[in-house]
Design a protein around this ligand. Structure first.
Ligand SMILES: [Fe+2]
Ligand SMILES: [Fe+2]
Length: 258
């Protein structure tokens, strides 16, 4: 585990879990006593530049990916703050709820903490995606879509050298994969034939969380609208029926907003 600055935020009940080696203060991952993973950012522009340089040196696979897609390396801390405080946090809440509902009737092969930590970090790779693509108020073109789709692999590569467990790394890498393997990136051979339950949970939590948020290109969808869209994915073979049912149960209990 690479440790940097046990910063001021590191209060009694909050432990430093790890850090992406971006800079001393640019990006830290904390974990509090109930297992919640939190992200903190900081640093001025000069520090950020140094951070990017360090990060590329320590993560050659990230550099290769950015070079391949001609992405200028820079860390979007605004994106990180938004993701950490919003979408990734919400995905974590949903994944936890879905996990617990499923675990009440079966024995998942994965533990809850792993699912929560992966959910909290799943979109980390987006901090390297250019904001003009990330925040484009219209449908992405083919090239932009290709770039957007590398964020899950980028997140995996960013965390690979940080002592993050392989189980968590795989959930991050494949959070856009579907039950029928129609998602991305392609599954590697060493992974099981069937999409593991943990991946299915993070994936459905991510989808539901995204649909329930306003995006620059669309309004926030209602609970029913979001569930209907995901039901279509069940019929297409992208989502397992029992995982979907657990989400519906979660939404009926915890998602009170229409
Ligand atoms: Fe994602
Ligand atoms: Fe996401």
């Amino acid at each position: 585990m690479f440790l940097v600055h046990p910063a001021k935020e590191n209060k009694k009940d909050v432990k430093l879990f790890g850090a992406v080696q971006i800079s001393d203060t640019a990006f830290l991952v904390y974990k509090n006593s109930d297992g919640r993973v939190m992200l903190k950012t900081g640093g001025d522009e000069k520090l950020q530049k140094k951070a990017v340089k360090n990060m590329l040196e320590k993560n050659p696979a990230v550099k290769r990916l950015l070079d391949k897609y001609r992405i200028r390396p820079s860390i979007n801390t605004k994106t990180l703050k938004e993701l950490a405080g919003g979408h990734m946090n919400e995905t974590c809440n949903i994944a936890k709820g879905v996990y617990e509902i499923l675990a009440s009737s079966c024995e998942p092969e994965i533990d809850e903490a792993t699912v929560k930590e992966a959910s909290m970090l799943h979109d980390l790779g987006k901090i390297l995606i250019p904001s003009k693509i990330l925040n484009k108020p219209a449908r992405l073109n083919k090239k932009e879509r290709e770039i957007m789709n590398i964020h899950s692999t980028l997140g995996y590569e960013l965390l690979k050298n940080q002592g993050v467990r392989k189980e968590i790394l795989n959930l991050i890498k494949y959070h856009h994969q579907n039950l029928n393997k129609s998602g991305y990136p392609d599954f590697e051979e060493d992974l099981p034939q069937n999409l593991p339950l943990g991946m299915q949970i993070v994936s459905i939590a991510d989808k539901y969380s995204a649909l329930r948020e306003a995006r620059v290109y669309r309004r926030k969808l209602s609970r029913i609208e979001a569930l209907l869209i995901l039901y279509k994915e069940v019929r297409e073979g992208k989502i397992h029926n029992s995982v979907y049912k657990a989400l519906v149960k979660y939404a009926s209990i915890y998602d009170e907003e229409v």
